[in-house]
Design a protein around this ligand. Sequence first.
Ligand SMILES: NC(=O)c1ccc[n+]([C@@H]2O[C@H](COP(=O)([O-])OP(=O)(O)OC[C@H]3O[C@@H](n4cnc5c(N)ncnc54)[C@H](O)[C@@H]3O)[C@@H](O)[C@H]2O)c1
Length: 365
Amino acid sequence: MKRPVRIAITGAAGSISHSLLFKIATGEMIGQDQPVILQLIEMPQAMEPLRGIAMELEDCAFPLLHSISLHDNFEEGVVGAHYVLLIGAKPRGPGMERSELIATNAPIFAHQGQAINKLANRDVKVLVVGNPANTNALIASRNAPDLSPAQFTALTRLDHNRTRGIMANHTGANPKDIRRVTVWGNHSSTQFPDLHHATIYGEPALPQIDQDWYRDTFIEKIQKRGSAIIDARGHSSAASAAQAIINHMHDWINGTPENDWVSMGIVSDGSYGIEKGIIYSFPVRCDYGRYQIVQGLEISEFAREKMTLSEQELLTEMETVKDLLPKETGESHRNLSVCLRSGTTLYDDGISLPKKQYLQTDRVR
Ligand SMILES: NC(=O)c1ccc[n+]([C@@H]2O[C@H](COP(=O)([O-])OP(=O)(O)OC[C@H]3O[C@@H](n4cnc5c(N)ncnc54)[C@H](O)[C@@H]3O)[C@@H](O)[C@H]2O)c1
């Protein structure tokens, strides 16, 4: 049995976590041979419900669950973490503008980035889920000067999974036979679910579906799926978000299948002409705990227009939070370099670890 790894999770008593924690404890996220220590973080007023969830976890007697600790203080909860899942965020209230939501959550993610920088494992992998996820991830990453920007990602895997699931339902194919879909941009209604390179049963997907349906119905359906779920259920997506978090982290840690790729919100290195330094969702392949952007995809005029719209929205969001983006990390986020030898995106700051260190299993400090 391997030594346990530490997973710090904010919003641990919230709806997403209620599905997520039990999946992590059964080994779905990292692997069936990897024990875990759960460091659960909540607001002080949610500590009692969190204690109840910890009791339920204990009652499941999961063999992989080494231990659980509960924290109402982020600094304490993130110590030594190998994986940090930032799920907790203030939800959007009735009539609240997106810009207000950004302004409310931004300082929290700046503070969390600083604490991760100081206290988490140096090899930490961070996934931001709390909305607005891309911009929150940018704020956290820019406030972590001693870590590589590659260690911070935002969740767009739910949008990616929705694209495959809804396509499967429409065509009758099994979701596993729908490959190479891409979600570009922001986790918002400007995201672009792209089927131009997708395949169904190994054959190009677009000729197999009605073009008008794709352009006029499908794209908007994916973009507005989150709101449709809120309208129907009265709450935002929780179980499907938990599944997407599992998929995102699993593939980042264990790699993507040979003949497919996934969508992840990552710091743009300028690929596909997207402004450097913003957190944008790209098609990526993962291997040995690292990811690289899939290069060389042809971008149609139609796709370009949609990709630019989402890029513009992210630039506007970045402008809204500019006071929380320290100048000294601006350079490291704009000047990422591609190491041609390994095909891996490396960063000029030299903080990315050599490949062999990612292969170590004994990761507890
Ligand atoms: N990126 C995505 O695909 C995606 C999908 C679904 C939901 N979301 C977002 O995920 C977030 C959580 O969703 P949920 O349904 O679990 O919400 P929820 O309201 O059920 O739970 C959120 C929990 O976070 C806690 N919390 C708030 N601020 C915190 C902080 N600073 N530190 C620690 N805990 C904190 C709250 O006490 C609450 O228990 C929301 O922002 C939601 O919009 C993102």
